[in-house]
Ligand binder design. Structure first.
Ligand code: ARG
Ligand code: ZN
Ligand code: CA
Length: 243
């Protein structure tokens, strides 16, 4: 196997000059790195809430994140949308740093109620990484319930590592390409009670790749772990992350 996978992280904080809250603290940034490490190593302290039906599938993905660099950029923009403008200094944003070997995270106000978005492996390297609005990044400081437990980044980094939404973004037969995640035909929201069933099986609503509240998602599955780790293997789209 590949063993532990280490991911150096570059955080770009792009804040509106009139809203100093958006210039989030180092403590807030560090709180997010801690959540990523817990969630991708199954050391999150809510893992014990996984129901017994799924507890044998809760995976330690063995992926570690370390903060390599923080870049701060003051801007006159109040929101950035989802067209990747924040990823270019020529637009008043901040250019990706070494995206072949670093996870780039842009923290800026996306607007429109969007928590975050991500780029899948294999895309343009200048836009590779994830974008998260500051209110949904980390667990302390300028954060907003019920998305104040750092799970937006866990979800988006899941996409960056090739995971699809757990319901496959379609009807029952639409796959997420992971065999141990139950089929579903919709996202779940809020904090569903177990069991919640669609497509003749119980949904894994507590999976990071569903749409539930931060406090109600606390696992990746073994199949998701295998799908994520495959991209770092030799010949995979993110193999440059390995030494
Ligand atoms: N809507 C976003 C996406 O599809 C993020 C959802 C994150 N959910 C959460 N509970 N933080 O990528
Ligand atoms: Zn998503
Ligand atoms: Ca599945």
């Amino acid at each position: 196997g590949l063993g532990a996978i280490s991911i150096p992280v570059v955080v770009h904080v792009i804040y509106n000059q009139a809203n100093p809250d958006e210039n989030i603290s180092s403590a807030q940034i560090n709180s997010q790195i801690s959540v990523l490490n817990a969630d991708f190593n199954a050391t999150n302290n809510d893992k014990n809430q996984v129901p017994s039906e799924f507890s044998g599938l809760a995976a330690n993905s063995d992926i570690n994140f370390n903060l390599a660099q923080v870049i701060r950029v003051s801007s006159t923009r109040t929101s950035w949308g989802t067209n990747n403008a924040m990823k270019y200094s020529s637009n008043g944003g901040s250019d990706a740093v070494s995206p072949q070997t670093h996870l780039n995270i842009w923290v800026c106000n996306i607007g429109g109620g969007i928590l975050g978005y991500a780029q899948f492996p294999g895309g343009n390297s200048s836009t590779d990484g994830v974008v998260i609005s500051p209110q949904y990044f980390g667990t302390t400081g300028y954060v907003s319930a019920p998305f104040d437990k750092g799970r937006t980044a866990t979800h988006e980094v899941g996409h960056w590592a090739n995971l699809r939404h757990i319901w496959g973004d379609g009807r029952c037969r639409q796959d997420d390409f992971v065999s141990d995640t139950p089929s579903s035909d919709r996202p779940n929201y809020g904090c569903p009670t177990y069991p919640t069933a669609h497509c003749r099986s119980n949904d894994m609503t507590m999976n990071y790749m569903d749409y539930t509240n931060d406090a109600c998602m606390y696992m990746f599955s073994e199949g998701q772990k295998a799908r994520m780790r495959a991209i770092f293997a030799p010949g995979g789209p993110r193999d440059a992350f390995l030494p």
